[in-house]
Design a protein around this ligand. Structure first.
Ligand SMILES: C[S@@+](CC[C@H](N)C(=O)[O-])C[C@H]1O[C@@H](n2cnc3c(N)ncnc32)[C@H](O)[C@@H]1O
Length: 331
């Protein structure tokens, strides 16, 4: 078994074990922290790389607990190191304390660099190395000395402004509990990140995606030209007259937050939105909604036939937001 740590989107710790088990049969989760999973896995590392929701993955070389996880103590310990897992190419060293990069005494860095270079026969490159050795100190009194294996594939540069990251959407879709026969609705489709993810990685019968903005839908029409399962419409999500009552299984969506659009009262917008969702959704359906307007959304839920099953507090582009899983009260 080899030990790894992988980072993931903050707030979703309780659904990561299911993902690890599904994609890495035989993997054993050692610990799960906010945004970081520590596990052993016997299979090929390439299988880990394929998992969309795991961002950066590291090979764990040494783990430290309690006081020993203090960055200075980890450094002193590593100076006594005699062997390291095989590695190629150039490297540099990075230090992270509570998810922030920090600097340490330069002479320590030089000594550890020399040590790693001597053991692995790799060269030091502090600007664009092929790999990185990390000292990672966490607030939970645990520390890791590890080697970076892969970085997340997607960066903001590949996305439109306001488009959600694929790994984030994957987590939302997981919460939507879709299955073979499901009819799924995203009535605030924008650039289509949710329908795209549903098409690529989730079982469902049909995805109905709509947006009030015609340009977005025209753009999606060309993207989904060959996707028979996706239906696209220009329509107001607060009044979806052409959607049959009680016809939708799951609603997975990212409505406006009222910060960038002309919405007078986001609280009333959410109240009206939930009224319409209540009409179109089957009673046993699951709804997954992302919003940064947590208070307004919770108030709207309290004003509706829905209740909050689970709230995942997270960050979207550094902004506090939450993914809400809601269901209807069934009498
Ligand atoms: C936060 S964006 C969705 C972004 C999308 N999840 C993505 O990743 O591209 C919200 C979308 O809701 C749309 N919208 C705003 N008010 C609407 C309404 N009343 N009915 C339908 N769509 C609406 C906007 O045009 C915008 O595309």
């Amino acid at each position: 078994m080899t030990d790894y740590i992988s980072t993931f989107t903050t707030g979703f710790a309780d659904i990561i074990p299911a993902i690890v088990k599904k994609f890495l049969p035989g993997a054993k989760i050692i610990s799960i922290y906010d945004g970081l999973v520590y596990y052993s896995y016997m299979g090929k590392y390439e299988n880990i790389k394929e998992i969309l929701v795991l961002n950066n993955t590291f090979l764990v070389i040494k783990t430290y607990h309690g006081n020993a996880s203090d960055i200075d103590d980890m450094l002193k310990n590593i100076m006594r190191l005699k062997a390291l897992p095989k590695s190629n190419g150039s490297f540099r060293i990075r230090y992270s304390v509570n998810n922030k990069f920090v600097g340490v005494n330069k002479s320590y860095t030089r000594q550890i660099e020399d040590k790693i270079a001597k053991i692995t026969k790799c060269s030091i490159d502090r600007v664009s190395p092929q790999t990185e050795y990390w000292f990672l100190q966490r607030s939970e009194n645990v520390g890791f000395f590890c080697r970076l294996l892969s970085k997340r594939k997607f960066t903001e540069k590949n996305l439109h402004k306001g488009e959600l990251r694929p790994e984030f959407v994957y987590l939302m879709c997981m919460l939507g509990k879709t299955c073979k026969g499901s009819i799924v609705l995203d009535p605030f489709a924008g650039y289509g990140s949710i329908p795209k993810q549903l098409m690529l990685n989730f079982e469902c019968e049909r995805v109905i995606a709509s947006d009030i903005n015609k340009e977005y839908i025209n753009n999606l029409r060309s993207q989904f030209k060959n996707a028979k399962k996706v239906e696209l419409y220009v329509r107001n999500a607060l009044n979806m007259k052409d959607v049959t009552t009680a016809s939708i299984d799951s609603i997975i969506t990212d409505p406006p937050w009222g910060y960038y659009e002309k919405i007078m009262d986001i609280g009333s917008f959410y109240v009206d939105m939930l009224k319409e969702f209540d009409r179109v959704q089957k009673d046993e359906g699951v709804t997954v909604i992302l919003s940064a307007r947590k208070k307004e959304f919770v108030d709207a839920v309290n004003n509706s036939r829905y209740h909050i099953v689970k709230q995942y507090d997270t960050l979207v582009n550094g902004k506090k937001a939450a993914v809400f899983v809601i269901k209807k009260y069934i009498l």
